[in-house]
Design a protein around this ligand. Sequence first.
Ligand code: ADP
Ligand code: ZN
Length: 744
Amino acid sequence: MPMFVDVAFPISSYKVFSYRVPGAFSKSIAVGSRVKAPLGKRTAQGIVVCIRKKTEFKGRIKEISGLVDDKPILNEALWRLITWVSEYYLVPLGKAATAVLPTRLSTEYSPHSNKTVMLVESPDMTLVGKRATAQKEVLRFLSQKKIPILISELNSVLKNPYQVCKKLHELGLVVLGEKSILPSTTGFLHEPIHKDIKFNEDQKDVINKLTSSINAENFSPYLLHGVTGSGKTEIYIEAARKVLKKGKSAIILLPEISLTPQIAGRFKAAFGDTVTLWHSKLGQSERAWIWKQICAGDFKVVVGARSAVFMPLKNIGLIVMDEEQESSFKQESPDPRYHSREVALMRGKIDKSVVLLSSATPSLDSYYNQVKGKIDLLHLPKRFGGAKYPLVHVVDMNEESEEAGNPRYIFSSLLQEKIQERLDNNEQVILLQNRRGHSPVVRCMDCGYLEVCPHCAVTLTYHKRGNTLQCHQCGFVQSPPPSQCQNCSGDRIHLSGIGTQRVEDLVENTFPSAVIKRLDIDSAKSARVISTTLTKFSKGEIDILLGTQMIAKGLDFENATLVGIINADAGLYLPDFRAGERVFQLIYQASGRAGRRQKQGEVVIQTYDKDNPVIHAASKLDLKKYYNVLLNERKSLNYPPFSWIAKVEFAGKIKQNVESVSQTVSTSLPDPFKGLEILGPSYCYRERIRDNWRMQIVFKSNKDKDVSGTRLHTFLRKGLKIDDLKQTQKGVRITIDINPVSLL
Ligand code: ADP
Ligand code: ZN
């Protein structure tokens, strides 16, 4: 019987192509198989999305020319998820699939392995020669161990242990073996962290609810709102344990896995080799290897960043999203611009599993969904073990800087005093400054000219290390910085604004005997640097840890009792509807780092805008109040969670073309339905990035008229003629962003 397949290719067209399947492949081909097939003049690789007995296609039908994998590299449920991603985010199916699958899935990769040795049961010691002291030494060492150990461990006992083990093996006294070094552990430090856990009443309550949902095997979304230090991570571990017991699997999503080696270590301790990590620092072949192991059922728990939501695990019982408000869960490029939270909820629906969104500072969207009863609330209102909330001081920097000279412009006298106090007590300090570099603004004092990136509409930041000006958007570097103004040739160039390097210099000068370490993307190029720094800090080898938002979250340091927020206002005035929410969450999270145990912690918040509702509520650690203010504001402006939004972005090198293409698209849109607002086309806030001019059209559809967002969705699909949409027109790229996290 003839057999036909529909194949989707990773190209920007939305079309699926039909092929005949040659007899040789007909047995092994399945939905999810990757195949090679002629496409135009070339042969391309695509994914089988449908198998048919007949084809509707009228023209001359071509044949599949090759099969890439012998088995499908996807399961049915995951395929449904990818299909959903393609429909929901309005991207071609092939493109959605390419984004999910590791590119090198077909290359062979096997991890390095190390040799192991173990004593046999009841060894016959008479076989050991009288003078064979080395052999005896090894046997004595092994008799204390019950499991295979790495032969390299014997290096501490004798030289060249491998030869001795080989000899013992010939005598039939030991068993040799191999243990593969899992790729996910390379370049990563996460020693298992073992703990004795006895759950308190609040925690038990949460676990009971989760357990009954796990057992019910229904889609059950939850918001776990737990203050920092309330034991959320312990809850994830316990819930995962319940899921594994039922023979199911679990995904744990973390915003930035390289920043959270401690959490990975706790999972490693609990689940050993059934857990693997998945993060951006893995190489392509490592990804392929892990992917295949998961398909083979070797791993049951994946701890990973954003894209781990697409792991090919079967039978998922639990998906956890830690710090669910983090914008790093949103993929900005390439397409599809998906949000892991949205994908996780859909995956939970498909797999009928528990989805646990978790945070001390939930996103306003999840918070509102819980208020509306769309997801259930689990609450951990208290820190574990009665650790106290920190004492918060707000310093008005307007008064500070008037009163005194330069250093106070960065450090209030209160913050200086407090740091000194903690250092004298042998306690540790965390300083947050959410801007890297030395000075974010380079200004001519004569004409006011600002140094801007030649490729982007943003100012250049002065970096003292390396003596350069850098663009934080595109990475442009100018070295050395100009000594004269480019505009008026004046030589009074002023470095203003505060970056982490500047704070670092000042801290070093003010507290010369303290050990200080800076953590931002400039100082932490690799995951190892980050985890080494964090380990050192937790061991007390660093007194002051200074950094960007990198250091604000998820970390658990017993002896860090003071948190200083150098400039709480950073980011507050960006023209984006989520700006306030983000600043609040950052301050709140950072404050949560202070005094996690018995010692009372303190937080010093420095601001120029003391009465700003964001700063005010954050300093009172009053989340509920602030979220209510926010909800009112969003409602009156018709922003999420009261509306659905979408953004169509136009980017290209030639300004006129960007304007004309966006205009053409805009005028070809049908009339909006009632409740839909269309804004633009207008220039984005950052109107030029990497030499590309940027314009956008923003769509806002009120939820009163469009409860589930389907009206907006249909409008876009039809209005943009998605099925025929050319994504590049006159050199202008058109990108669609459903539920964008920002409009900058
Ligand atoms: P969160 O993830 O909410 O910030 P953690 O799970 O990290 O909180 O808990 C804070 C600290 O308290 C951790 O060191 C954790 O191991 C400990 N802890 C939490 N709950 C318990 C418990 N029931 N028994 C023992 N230690 C606990
Ligand atoms: Zn630039």
